[in-house]
Design a protein around this ligand. Structure first.
Ligand SMILES: Nc1nc2c(ncn2[C@@H]2O[C@H](COP(=O)(O)OP(=O)(O)OP(=O)(O)O)[C@@H](O)[C@H]2O)c(=O)[nH]1
Ligand SMILES: [Mg+2]
Length: 272
């Protein structure tokens, strides 16, 4: 073999080696440096669906009877206790439910959930609700008791109307956009939370809502959203997807829905 061929092979080997190690460095950088430092949750839900109430139940452990609409994007980071000796740093981005584009394409959120194309979201939490927020003619907010009384007539129609506004926010194309913005190899968990079941339970107890099985009744309205989310999870190899019917005002309901996400994060950090 001539010297020039040997030299050529050596140069080729060096170039290939450099290319491979560069790829490896970029991959390691992506996995470790850009990885979320906290269990980073992204909430998606329309206005007044209960996002901030979920945040307070999870991070503070109690909620006020009424929550004002969130004025601007806020990122909260707090330790949440899973057990006496298990604490997880949770990061949650909260905002006012508005046009999906104002949320998903807002450049402000990049500092919390990562740039477009490099998201650092651990869990995606989609919130929908069953009863709207209402004001009386004087502009006073309906209490929970007022809302239940409001359901005394035409409960199913009123509930269906509110559900429709949630379905408009969770169509298949919007969910595709939502995954586009939040999916990376770091996204391991997806939750669908159906909120404000306490109001339907009270209405049912008073005989204002008569359905054979309340859980089935609620789930049936959201089958399509659930199917779209499940399919998106399957397509992206996200094994942990579940649906929960909750009252965000009940800390236990929120913890039951989200503790699995926190525990999985805790266990994965321990392994490193
Ligand atoms: N009865 C009842 N009311 C709830 C529940 N969750 C939230 N609410 C009420 O619904 C209203 C909206 O809740 P928020 O948590 O502010 O909703 P949000 O999605 O953060 O609203 P925006 O910030 O405007 O997007 C508030 O008055 C809450 O007190 C629930 O589980 N049950
Ligand atoms: Mg809010």
């Amino acid at each position: 073999m001539g010297l020039d061929i040997i030299a050529g092979l050596v140069v080729a080997a060096i170039v290939t080696g450099l290319a491979v190690s560069r790829k490896r460095v970029v991959k390691l950088y992506r996995i470790y440096y850009l990885a979320p430092k906290y269990c980073n949750l992204f909430l998606y839900g329309r206005s007044r669906s209960g996002k901030t109430t979920v945040v307070k139940s999870l991070l503070v452990g109690n909620v006020p009877p009424h929550e004002e609409s969130t004025a601007e994007f806020k990122y909260y980071r707090k330790p949440v206790e899973l057990d006496l000796d298990k604490t997880v740093q949770v990061g949650i981005l909260d905002y006012r439910g508005q046009k999906p584009s104002q949320v998903l394409l807002n450049p402000e959120i990049a500092q919390y959930i990562g740039k477009i194309g490099q998201p650092i979201v651990t869990g995606l939490v989609v919130i929908v609700d069953l009863v709207p927020e209402l004001l009386d003619p004087q502009g006073n907010l309906f209490s929970d008791e007022d809302l239940v009384e409001w359901l005394q007539t035409d409960a199913e129609t009123k509930i269906a109307k509110r559900i429709k506004t949630n379905l408009d926010y969770t169509t298949s194309p919007l969910i595709q956009l939502l995954f586009e913005r939040t999916y990376s190899q770091h996204l391991r968990h997806v939750r669908l939370l159906i909120n404000k079941i306490d109001l339907l339970k009270s209405a049912e107890a008073k005989g204002y809502l008569v359905v054979p099985d309340l859980e089935e009744y609620v789930l049936n309205h959201f089958r399509e959203v659930e199917g779209t989310l499940r399919k998106a999870c399957e397509d992206n190899q996200i094994a942990d997807f579940s649906t929960h019917i909750i009252s965000a005002k009940q800390v236990n309901d929120v913890r039951n829905a989200l503790d699995g996400v926190l525990l999985s994060w805790y266990q994965s950090k321990k392994k490193l």
